[in-house]
Design a protein around this ligand. Structure first.
Ligand code: ADP
Ligand code: MG
Length: 331
């Protein structure tokens, strides 16, 4: 099983950024309203994710680290209508097999009981050590140290601290753009990189986007808010005049999940065709909502891909909505 975990780890754990994604998604699944991320040396030395979610009961702590131990799916029907972000029960097992991992958690105390937190530590093994008492408010903290300490071949593929941190920062942006209602913070080597308060009003959402992508984007963006035929599209598209500083400022979410999809990319590019100079890439932060039954997210473990039941409908809707919005501002 140890070898199996290390092989499987390759699927989800390539670099610190992937770990951030998996752990933050777990925190979101646990209903957290505040997620704090601390990173040292690009995440290679330390990744710490602290949340205020529902926590993990003492008896479930060692279980959470074992392979295919997901608390999120119990029947095939669940798999059909999966709404939680994680549902394979692999992430923690994989991460713990290639790092030194500490998980500390506390659930809300039962009536009349005192608050108590518990901790497990694993070091590249698939069996969790014993559960020890600890101090922690309701929620969970995951600490991942010395990534790939036991797999030198994989460690060699890690880039410089700066590059690894850039990837972490990019994943952080995607996560923070996916849940405006959650407070997020990111620190690197003790320095605050982002500190984001929850945003419910439109103006506060724009502030978050500005904080993450730079104020220039929002200043030169068109606000999209459309609904038709059971599909919805909201967000911002950069005006043709917006010259982006970030190489790749393209964020597309389907039912709250970031997605890279050729059909989506094609529809957006087509919509921009008449207004963008040749060769320039459009910048956008867009949110598509679609009936979950009409989209398959279970395509790849990293879940960046989707499969729409009716791709043509989605393509046409995206193209028409954006083309119309952009046509109004055509120079
Ligand atoms: P999955 O997310 O696919 O279920 P993971 O390996 O990521 O698998 O997590 C295993 C289990 O550990 C989850 O199903 C959940 O029950 C628990 N868990 C992990 N992280 C947290 C967290 N931050 N808060 C509460 N429970 C968590
Ligand atoms: Mg998970």
């Amino acid at each position: 099983p140890r070898l199996a975990n290390q092989i499987a780890a390759g699927e989800v754990v390539e670099r610190p950024a992937n770990i951030i994604k998996e752990l933050v998604e777990n925190s979101l699944d646990a209903g957290s309203t505040r997620i704090e991320i601390d990173v040292e040396q690009g995440g290679i030395k330390l990744l710490r994710i602290r949340d205020d979610g529902h926590g993990i009961p003492k008896d479930d702590l060692p279980l959470a680290l074992s392979r295919h131990a997901t608390s999120k799916i119990s029947t095939l029907d669940d798999l059909e209508a999966v709404s939680s972000l994680g549902f394979r029960g692999e992430a923690l097992a994989s991460i713990s097999s290639v790092s030194r991992l500490t998980m500390t958690s506390a659930t809300a105390p039962e009536e009349g009981e005192a608050e108590q937190a518990w901790q497990v530590e694993v070091e590249g093994r698939e069996m969790a050590a014993s559960v020890k008492p600890a101090a922690h408010p309701k929620g969970t903290t995951l600490e991942v140290r010395d990534l790939f300490f036991n797999t030198p071949a994989r460690r060699k593929f890690l880039r410089t601290e700066k590059t690894e941190f850039n990837h972490v920062d990019e994943y952080f942006k995607r996560l923070a753009l996916s849940r405006y209602d959650v407070a997020f913070s990111l620190r690197h080597n003790q320095k605050v990189i982002h500190s984001l308060r929850p945003a419910t009003r439109g103006i506060d959402k724009e502030k978050r986007v500005a904080a993450l992508l730079g104020p220039k984007f929002i200043d030169a963006a068109l606000h999209i808010d459309s609904e038709a035929a059971g599909l919805g599209l909201t967000g911002w598209v950069g005006l043709p005049t917006f010259s982006r500083s970030q190489a790749d400022m393209q964020y597309f979410f389907v039912n709250g999940r970031i997605v890279r999809d050729r059909l989506v990319a094609h529809a957006i590019k087509q919509a921009y065709r008449d207004v963008l100079y040749h060769g320039r890439q459009p910048a956008f932060v867009l949110y598509l909502t679609v009936d979950p039954a009409l989209v398959d997210v279970n395509v790849h473990p990293t879940k960046h891909e989707v499969r729409f039941r009716d791709g043509r409908l989605v393509h046409d809707y995206l193209f028409r909505t954006l083309h119309k919005a952009l046509a109004d501002v055509r120079p």
